[in-house]
Structures are given as structure tokens and as C-alpha cells.
Design a protein around this ligand. Structure first.
Ligand code: SAH
Length: 346
């Protein structure tokens, strides 16, 4: 609707549902108007009506002649000498937010993440996301666990992409909450591609990745001046090739492995063949930031036995490199490491 009225500095009364009126309100505000919004016409005080430059009714019924509320408003506007305009309600546009939730501690959720959760209509989450306080963080959202289906099957990625897109196209603000950072082994880029293909507005909120935060929780820095000036983050989901083992061993920096508990024996053997020292320190940090967080340490030569004896399980972050010794040293654990190494070697 085109209305040729100067509204800058003047009051415009917008009447209609909150979502329907949102865009109209924004447009008049941008034009400099002082917008007052009411959900129902009957709520407008007579003085405000008389004072306004314009009254805008958003989402008026198909057949205005049969709507008593609209009729009454027309009469009141005519009486007050204020023009009445009608506009179609804006179709609510939904959005998708790919949200990094950090490694599980509430304090490691970013301010942007907390804001997105507070405004969410739907949250799709899974096991590694910080789920404990989700109901309080996202009080108005429907919470959907896409981590597993009955019978312990995971919801396939294509189905998660579909859910994300469908909720957003239905006008909802949908948050895909992930553990750590969405772009670190989080399939965030596949979800982003699905949203972009469906023309769904999508944004990514990075999170604190377990690759750095979980070693830190165990006191291990991933770099240390004079000890390691690079770190490689790898997925242990599938074993590396012989060439990759060789290159990785030759890099001389810290190796951080996610999803690596079940392939630890292959990785250790491969890095050994690639030339990594048998006494290179290794740590396995399970369930970082939970009450049952645990660190099992050893060396390249002993860690498989140590992790087996301790029954290490996923989720865990593995750290291979001299920084493990730095961390343990800082925390007075070097004696412990020596003792463990000795007892396993003997
Ligand atoms: N996007 C995530 C990683 C997803 S892959 C991130 O940036 O952190 C899942 C793997 O992350 C797990 O198998 C485990 O290796 C690691 N992980 C995530 N959270 C963890 C935690 N709290 N403690 C230990 N490992 C964790």
C-alpha cells in the first residue's frame, strides 16, 4: 500500500498481530514515525487516534464489510479525521541459526548463543550439546532431540537438514544446537548448504571447540612456546593412510584427535611407523567439563594399554605431543606420568 503522508516525527498507529505487524512497524520507524502498536483496534485510545498522522490496519479480513471491528475503526477514524490504511500481514520469515554450544559447560556458551536460544521457536539438539539448562535457556522453544531415534538410531543427516529447512520455511526461528563449534566435525557446512539451497536465511554462531577447550580442562595447552608451535586437529573417525601418518609424525607439533578412542591403536601404530618417538606423551581426556571428567596419560608406547586398562570411552579428546608433559608438569603430575610409564613398560 502506498500512502503519501508525511509521517516523520508524527505518530503512526499500527494495528494487527505482532508478527504480522513487525515489518510494517519497522518500515514506518525507518521513515521517522513514532509508531504505536496495538494488537486490536479497540485498544486504541481516542486521543491517540485523533493525534495520529495515520492508522495502519495490518492483516485486515478478506471481506471488510462483514467485520464489525474494522467497521468501528473506520467510523472512529472518520470522526477523528485520521486516514486509515490497510496492509496485508507480512508472511513471517523464519530463520535458521547453526549454533556452537561449546564443550558442555554453561559458562562456555557465548552471549550470542544465549540470545539465539532465548529467541528460538524450535531447538534441534543432540547428545554433545550443552543440554542440561536448555529448557531455561530456550524457554519458548520446542526442544527436539535429533541425536537419536527410538532404538538408538541416529536421525540421518538428510532428515536433520529437512527438519531445519521445514521449520524455518514455516516461519519459525530454528536453532541447530551443536557441541563445540558447528564447523569443526559438526556437519554445520552441510546444514548451511541445505538452508541456502532452500533460500532460508541462515547464520552461524561459532562455539568454543572441544579441540582446544577439553585439553585446557585437563590443564594441557595445545601450544607452548619452545615446545610446540603448531597443532593439528584431526578426526579419528576413520584410520589415516600410511602417507598421512608419516606427514603427521613429521610435522613435529601437537596432534589433537576428536572421535579417536576406537581408532587409537591404529593411530598410535601408524604414527610410530611414521617416526614419532615411542616416549612421546599422550593424554586421553574423557567427558570434559562433566563431573566425571578423567585424564588418562601415557606415551605413544604405553597409551593403548593404559586406555584399555582404564576402559576409556567416547566422548574423549586425545592429545599427542610434548605439550602433554608441559600440562602435567604445570599441575605437578609429571611424577604420575613417569610412574605410569614405568609400570606399563615393566
Ligand atoms: N563440533 C565439536 C566436535 C564434534 S565431533 C567441537 O568443536 O567440539 C565429536 C567429538 O568431539 C567427540 O567424539 C569428542 O572427541 C569431542 N568432544 C566434544 N565434546 C567433548 C567433551 N565435552 N569431552 C570430551 N570430548 C568431547
Amino acid at each position: 500500500m502506498q500512502v503519501d503522508i508525511e509521517v516523520a516525527g508524527r505518530t503512526v498507529l499500527v494495528i494487527g498481530s505482532e508478527t504480522g505487524a513487525r515489518r510494517v512497524t519497522a518500515r514506518y520507524r525507518a521513515a521517522g514515525a513514532l509508531v504505536q502498536w496495538h494488537e486490536h483496534a479497540g485498544e486504541c485510545p481516542a486521543a491517540a487516534l485523533a493525534d495520529a498522522a495515520l492508522v495502519v490496519l495490518v492483516g485486515a479480513p478478506q471481506d471488510p464489510d462483514s467485520d464489525p471491528e474494522l467497521q468501528a475503526l473506520r467510523t472512529r477514524c472518520r470522526g477523528a479525521g485520521t486516514p486509515l490504511a490497510r496492509e496485508a500481514a507480512a508472511r513471517a520469515t523464519g530463520s535458521a541459526t547453526l549454533l556452537g554450544g561449546g564443550p558442555g559447560a554453561l559458562g562456555l556458551l557465548t552471549l550470542d548463543a544465549a540470545t539465539a536460544l532465548r529467541e528460538a521457536d524450535v531447538v534441534l539438539y543432540d547428545r554433545l550439546a550443552p543440554t542440561d539448562a536448555l529448557a531455561e535457556l530456550a524457554p519458548t522453544a520446542e526442544l527436539v532431540d535429533v541425536g537419536k531415534l527410538p532404538g538408538h538410531h541416529r536421525v540421518p543427516q538428510a532428515a536433520i537438514n529437512d527438519l531445519l529447512v521445514q521449520h524455518a520455511l514455516a516461519g519459525r526461528h530454528v536453532v541447530r544446537l551443536k557441541g563445540g563449534d558447528p564447523f569443526v566435525f559438526g556437519r554445520g557446512s552441510e546444514e548451511l548448504a541445505a538452508c541456502l539451497a532452500a533460500k532460508v536465511p541462515c547464520r552461524v554462531v561459532p562455539g568454543v571447540s572441544s579441540a582446544i577447550a577439553v585439553p585446557a580442562a585437563a590443564g594441557i595447552p595445545v601450544t607452548h612456546r619452545g615446545v610446540s608451535h603448531l597443532f593439528t586437529v584431526m578426526s579419528g573417525h576413520a584410520p589415516l593412510t600410511e602417507e598421512e601418518h608419516r606427514h603427521l609424525a613429521g610435522l613435529g607439533g601437537t596432534i589433537v584427535v576428536l572421535m579417536g578412542v576406537s581408532t587409537l591403536p591404529q593411530l598410535v601404530a601408524g604414527l610410530g611407523r611414521g617416526g614419532l618417538r615411542p616416549d612421546m606423551p599422550v593424554a586421553v581426556i574423557e567427558r570434559g567439563y562433566s563431573a566425571s571428567q578423567r585424564t588418562t596419560s601415557g606415551t605413544l608406547a604405553t597409551i593403548v594399554t593404559a586406555a584399555g586398562a582404564a576402559r576409556c570411552q567416547s566422548p574423549a579428546v586425545l592429545v599427542i605431543g610434548d605439550v602433554v608433559r608441559v600440562g602435567l608438569d604445570l599441575h605437578g603430575g609429571v611424577a604420575e606420568l613417569a610412574r605410569l610409564t614405568e609400570s606399563l613398560a615393566s
